[in-house]
Ligand binder design. Sequence first.
Ligand code: ADP
Ligand code: ASP
Ligand code: MG
Length: 421
Amino acid sequence: MAQPEPQAAPGRVLVMKFGGTSVADADKIRRVAARLVAAHLAGRRVVGVVSAMGHTTDGLVELAEQVSPRPHPREMDMLLSTGERITAALCAMAINDLGHHAVSLTGSQAGIVTDTVHTKAKIVEIRPRRISEALERGDIVLVAGFQGVSTAYDVTTLGRGGSDTTAVALAAALDGDCEIYTDVDGVFTADPRIVPTARKLRSVSPMEMLEMAGAGARVLQLRAVEFGRNHGVPIHVRSTFSDADGTWIREDGGMEDAIISGITHTTDEAYVTLTDVPDEPGTAASIFNAVAAAHINVDTIIQNAVTHGDADITFSVPIDDLELMTDTIEGLCADLGLHWRVIRDVAKVSMVGAGMKSNPGVAARMFQVLADRQINVRMIATSPIKVSCVIDRTKVGDAVTALHDAFRAELEVSADGAVGV
Ligand code: ADP
Ligand code: ASP
Ligand code: MG
């Protein structure tokens, strides 16, 4: 069931974002430059948002940790923001060499204003005056992704994968279209690097994509999907290395008859279990107020059923925030008389699909498939359109593959022809 693609109005702004693999070396940067020029020649007003080259950001994180065991977050942002700036400048040079005018801007110069939470800042406002002026002059504008300037005038970064959010936010501010170019052909029914038979999805609703991104499909940063949904920006995720159509994330993107759109997994979470939690009003509020004050994003929270006496509460924490969490929880547990432990050797596998709401039985089948593979389910969490199971980390590849096989018929409904990477 092919859907008509949204028509591009001539002269409309087009934001094109290229991820790390797409700009990994000089040749690839020249190819990205040519692609931006082609869009410009086709009559679009072009804004290129670029990531740091290849694994530059990982390299900078490692370097910081060699210099300082717990790098200061403000300085971390100064450091990490340089990766994207390098790519933006190089790409602008390559465009100039092709005979077109280009100008590169840092996040701050591009008018991306954020809150003051270093290393995972949220965009609070966009003042795109410089971008608009450059576009009026006929320039191609390159914006360093993943960064902004805080309301306290410091450089901030938007969390790993944050260039996606830069791109969607700029498309919203400039009333333009948004294309996310990456190293796979679109959003797949599972990570195509783990499941070679995964199929590309034609389109996905923002709600499903939110659940998929939140459950580990790192092809789009969660915040980018939120931004797109809140501002009504359709997102086209597609390959840097081909002209093929990718996956559309847009309001009419969900397939009515698709029970399941994707199977996702993450190994980036740890779980904290608090025991002896007093069965009193306000305890959970004190715990999660402290966690929120430390700017730690908790995804899943499970409290055991309390019939009488004390309870256990288990919640997920991004692995990167585990040290911060340890600091927070130590004080809290001492104050409230709780005990705590961290579970690290786990992964989460999730099934996402809008049709689950009206098709009971998906969870039961999922548990059966895992049981048949001798995979023990350690925790379960659900939303109306998602079922997640926490399992042993060593079993995650097996679990995703087995579920993809078992639900192949359901997944086919939303997929198009493309298979694997
Ligand atoms: P970029 O550097 O372009 O931002 P990322 O590495 O952040 O790229 O995201 C692309 C990667 O996301 C793919 O290489 C793929 O391994 C992974 N991925 C995980 N789940 C999915 C999925 N459901 N569909 C497509 N890609 C996925
Ligand atoms: N370079 C940053 C990262 O590796 C941001 C991005 O690529 O979107 O997370
Ligand atoms: Mg990314």
